[in-house]
Design a protein around this ligand. Structure first.
Ligand SMILES: Cc1cc2nc3c(=O)[nH]c(=O)nc-3n(C[C@H](O)[C@H](O)[C@H](O)COP(=O)(O)OP(=O)(O)OC[C@H]3O[C@@H](n4cnc5c(N)ncnc54)[C@H](O)[C@@H]3O)c2cc1C
Length: 407
């Protein structure tokens, strides 16, 4: 029986661990927090899974929240202020879902142990890995975007492999009466700040709303206090809404935290790393999820990517049968994964990040063209599909013109 060590109990690590167990692999997960600590701890980040990436969860009976969580069906995108205004809602062909990681990962970690997986609660260091990797056929590092991620060098040959750092202030709040976004995702492009984004989620106290402000780390979100109470954190987010988005502030002014640890602040460097690294004594380890690919939170892809990585790595591991998990295996598997995840690290990311005039024109056109609005938002569920038509200025303008022509 092949032995696999997975370092990190997040979306990608636990999904892969649970699915490998189902194929009778001997799997060990090493992670920092036990299920109780996870469940009772502070909020970690934001997460949304579109329908396609959820397929692998369903296949391995890991989707426990279909009745509890609100299906996310609508996707609004708006801009005002210095930009030409637009405000439209696309319909997702199949619902997305958001489950607070405190709920999902504590449940999955318990389940993994219950199904016979081995769990080590310990924050691994590089020198731990030096010893441990020798004892396993394959060691995967899925420990998020900082810490052990530094073992993996940045792939600077990749176009746009590195985007400017972003800061994200996050709060889970009780759903608000009269919120026009009640059924779905709301995205506001906010000049001077970045994005305000929210969606319905399922958290430690049940259904609520996840809201976050994300933008350049040296912009309006810079200098976030290190020591701040959860209420102070929410108040600061509301102050920014009042300054940059007075009409949304009117909706959120009375927002209440969904639990007393319902906030987080994260700094991320969107980048792509090489998938393989060596420990000091030369043992090979492989990166997965945020450890090797981080996009901007405004693109809403990192949890999708983490889930697709688990699905694609699983397929490659099964196909490898008894062959060694060498560097060639790692490059091949990662290349396969990047056929999915690469789009939101390259040109599409740049287009959505820097919103050149033709992208704004497309958003304005979607105000009048429901088909275009639907087509665009469903691209978040299908990055390769989006990449097939959201190609460049010429193609985008042709699509706008065609829409105008058929109305
Ligand atoms: C600020 C922010 C914004 C985000 N925005 C979005 C978004 O808009 N849409 C979206 O879908 N996703 C978003 N995500 C990402 C989504 O939450 C994660 O991408 C996804 O959960 C990544 O899964 P992962 O398995 O790679 O890592 P994580 O879920 O981060 O899991 C890493 C795990 O490794 C453990 N760990 C860390 N260090 C060690 C160590 N040394 N030893 C052992 N274990 C360790 C951690 O405790 C954790 O359990 C965002 C994340 C952040 C932080």
């Amino acid at each position: 029986m092949r032995r696999v060590l997975i370092v990190g109990g997040g979306q990608s690590g636990l999904q892969l661990a649970l699915s490998l167990l189902a194929h009778d692999y001997d799997v060990t997960v090493m992670t920092v927090h036990d299920p109780d600590e996870l469940h009772m701890g502070r909020a970690v980040s934001v997460q949304i899974l579109y329908d396609e990436p959820r397929r692998a969860e369903r296949e391995y009976d890991l989707g426990f929240w279909d009745d509890a969580a609100q299906p996310i069906t609508d996707f609004r995108i708006s801009a005002s202020g210095e930009m030409p205004p637009f405000d439209w809602t696309g319909r997702l062909a199949a619902p997305a879902q958001s489950i607070d990681e405190r709920v999902k990962m504590s449940t999955w970690l318990d389940l993994f142990e219950h199904r016979g997986g081995k769990v080590i609660i310990h924050g691994a260091t590089v020198s731990d890995l030096d010893h441990l990797a020798e004892m396993f056929d394959l060691t995967i590092i899925a420990a998020g975007h900082s810490g052990l991620a530094e073992m993996f060098s940045v792939d600077s040959a990749r176009p746009l492999a590195r985007m400017p750092p972003v800061a994200t202030a996050i709060a889970y709040v009780e759903e608000i009466d009269g919120n026009p976004d009640r059924d779905g995702i709301g995205v506001d492009l906010v000049p001077g700040l970045g994005h305000m984004i929210s969606w319905p989620t399922y958290s430690v106290n049940g259904r609520c709303r996840l809201v976050f402000l994300t933008g350049p780390a040296d912009g309006a979100l810079a200098d976030w206090p290190k020591r701040i109470t959860p209420q102070g954190h929410l108040d600061r987010m509301l102050d920014l809404m009042r300054e940059f988005l007075p009409h949304r502030y009117e909706v959120y002014a009375g927002a209440e935290l969904a639990d007393d640890q319902a906030v987080a602040l994260d700094q991320a460097n969107p980048l792509v790393r090489h998938p393989a690294a060596r420990t000091p004594s030369g043992r090979l380890v492989m990166g997965m999820g945020d450890t090797v690919v981080v996009t901007s939170p405004a693109l809403q892809q990192d949890a999708n990517n983490a889930s697709k990585a688990a699905e694609i790595y699983l397929r490659s591991i099964l196909e490898q049968e008894d062959a060694p998990f060498d560097e060639e295996f790692m490059s091949r598997t990662f290349a396969r994964y990047m056929e999915y995840a690469g789009h939101f690290t390259g040109e599409i990311a740049a287009r959505l990040h820097y919103t050149p005039p033709y992208v704004i024109d497309m958003c304005v056109a979607a105000n009048r063209d429901q088909e275009l609005a639907d087509r665009f938002v469903n691209g978040f569920n299908d990055p390769p599909g989006l990449a097939s038509w959201f190609v460049d200025e010429e193609t985008t303008r042709a699509i706008i013109t065609k829409g105008e022509g058929t109305r």
